[in-house]
Design a protein around this ligand. Structure first.
Ligand code: NDP
Length: 498
């Protein structure tokens, strides 16, 4: 395999500091990865240009559990140069060889499942079972899908007298959030590498530890030096420098709409490719005749998973006027089972906790009725950024709690009169990321889903599919992640005529 003209194969062990696998930072079987004091650039763990550090806090205990360097614009520049140097070699590497590296990474990540789960559990606060089943297993599944796709994707096709080539876009700047820290990374890095792109990643400052662990995995999988680079740091410093860097050909961002808008404007000014996966305020539409108890219970589980910090969460529950009171009673009773600290983890940090509680107060001020939860700290929780799982009834569609992304365990229940009213409410936000429809039969639910302005809809409790395109209509974003559509984001086409 070509090594991209860089400094040789990355092995993750010959760096300047903190990278030795015997380093306690590297963790062991099921131990928490506590952070390399280095950035991963050009196939090595190297010191950052400055001496700033970011402390990583366990949201459940409020204790510092590790730290990483706060990279600067200088570090980003070094990383982009490494990625550019590695690009010709990796782009020319046969897809089957790229697939082999991804498959090796998948195996290595799967072997470190306990460590991944423990690390995400510690830095995000996710309950251990959820951390293992989702935060560890989902990225492994996505890596596996791109290992297969790299090997089987038709990177060339004949169209009449033309040969159409799909070529890598180039150097990718990936900026990721904290809510699904490894999944969001893998959803960008795996297709980028499968396509033949090279990458500089700036992960969220709250959850950088699992990103470092992933860098070790890629290095151990035999990824050539410089193909993947990791600069931990602050958004307005390292993130902005990456988004603005002229050596980056595509910026792929997941996070808030506010930052996404800024990144889109920067990319537009430079005429460079951009993919934005932004917020959501998805509707869970329960049609007359649907199984009400199931739809309400699954709907609550969908929102309360990951403490409500899921961009695609069905945070607006729409119920017909006739069964509305019954649905509210089911939701209020079911919410009592989500005990903070047990089934429900904390939110990621104090700012997020205050923001979510602020929205709950705002809902009360707007005249909505709290039927479960509320803005106060959960009883008996002395520490940790916990929020009470909260359900609002008597919510009007134009209230702030029904329009804005809260990103916490808060469900708003809205009454509709008929299907046209339900559709108007479902489509009545600036967002369009996901949604759910429950009907008496699949056909009626699908008919409704076709009319929703949103990128993904689950029908009668359909399961998450890591091969299905994921992304937003309207202000929920630009572009798609996962599956073949996710791979296409990292490819550009050239046609040769004969
Ligand atoms: P941000 O959009 O600020 O963070 C996402 C990523 O962007 C992080 O890596 C962040 O770095 C980085 N970033 C921040 N500012 C810049 C910048 N100017 N230029 C480049 N990169 C930047 O989200 P927050 O963490 O502040 O969360 C706020 C709200 O955003 C949430 O309450 C939620 O509503 C929404 N959100 C949506 C997500 C989704 O999946 N759609 C995910 C996360 C948040 P750093 O970590 O240092 O801030």
């Amino acid at each position: 395999m070509a090594d991209g003209g860089s400094t040789g194969r990355a092995d993750g062990t010959d760096g300047a500091d903190g990278a030795d696998k015997r380093d306690p930072a590297s963790g062991g079987d099921g131990a928490i990865h506590r952070g390399h004091q280095a950035l991963f650039i050009g196939g090595k763990w190297v010191p950052a240009a400055g001496d700033g550090t970011i402390e990583v806090v366990d949201p459940a205990t409020e204790q510092v559990i590790g730290s990483v360097p706060a990279g600067t614009a200088l570090d980003v520049d070094t990383a982009v140069r490494a990625a550019r140097a590695a690009l010709p070699g990796w782009a020319a590497t046969p897809p089957a060889d790229r697939a082999a590296v991804l498959a090796a990474a998948r195996d290595l990540l799967a072997a470190r499942r306990e460590e991944v789960a423990a690390t995400v559990s510690a830095e995000l606060g996710a309950p251990p079972a959820f951390a293992a089943a989702v935060h560890a297993d989902l990225p492994t599944a996505v890596l596996a899908s791109y290992a297969e796709m790299a090997a089987s994707h038709p990177f060339e096709e004949r169209v009449g007298n033309s040969r159409v080539l799909q070529e890598p876009v180039g150097v990718v700047g990936a900026i990721t959030p904290w809510n699904y820290p490894l999944h969001q990374i893998v959803a960008k890095v795996a297709p980028a590498l499968a396509a033949g792109c090279t990458v500089v990643l700036k992960p969220a400052e709250d959850t950088p530890l699992v990103a470092q662990l992933f860098a070790d995995v890629l290095a151990a999988a035999g990824l050539p030096a410089g193909v993947f680079n990791l600069v931990t740091g602050l958004g307005p410093v390292a993130g902005q420098a990456l988004a603005e860097h002229p050596g980056v050909d595509l910026v792929s961002f997941t996070g808030s709409t506010a930052v996404g808008r800024q990144i889109g404007a920067t990319a537009g000014a430079a005429v460079k490719r951009v993919a934005l996966e932004l917020g959501g305020k998805s509707a869970n539409v329960i049609l007359p005749g649907a199984d009400l108890a199931r739809a309400v219970n699954v709907g609550l589980a969908n929102v309360f998973a990951n403490s409500g910090q899921t961009c695609s969460a069905w945070t607006r529950m729409l119920v017909d006027a006739e069964r509305y009171d019954e649905a509210v009673a089911i939701a209020a009773a079911a919410t009592a089972k989500y005990v903070p600290g047990d089934r429900l983890g904390p939110v990621v940090n104090a700012k997020q906790r205050d923001r979510v509680r602020g929205y709950i107060r705002r809902g009360q001020e707007e005249g909505a009725r709290v039927v479960a939860g509320g803005p106060d700290a959960p009883e008996g929780m002395e520490s940790g950024y916990y929020v009470r799982p909260t359900v609002f009834a008597d919510v009007q569609p134009d209230m702030a709690i029904a329009q804005e992304e809260i990103f916490g365990p808060v469900v708003v229940m809205i009454r509709y009169q008929d299907e046209e009213d339900a559709l108007r409410i479902a489509n009545g936000t600036v967002y369009g990321l996901a949604g759910a429809v429950w009907g008496a039969d699949e056909e009626s639910a699908v008919a409704f889903a076709r009319r929703m302005d949103t990128g993904q809809v689950d029908i009668n409790g359909g399961r998450f599919n890591p091969l299905a395109p994921f992304g937003g209509y309207k202000q929920s974003g630009v572009g798609r992640e996962l599956g073949a559509h996710g791979l296409a984001e990292y490819l550009q086409t050239k046609s040769l005529q004969f």
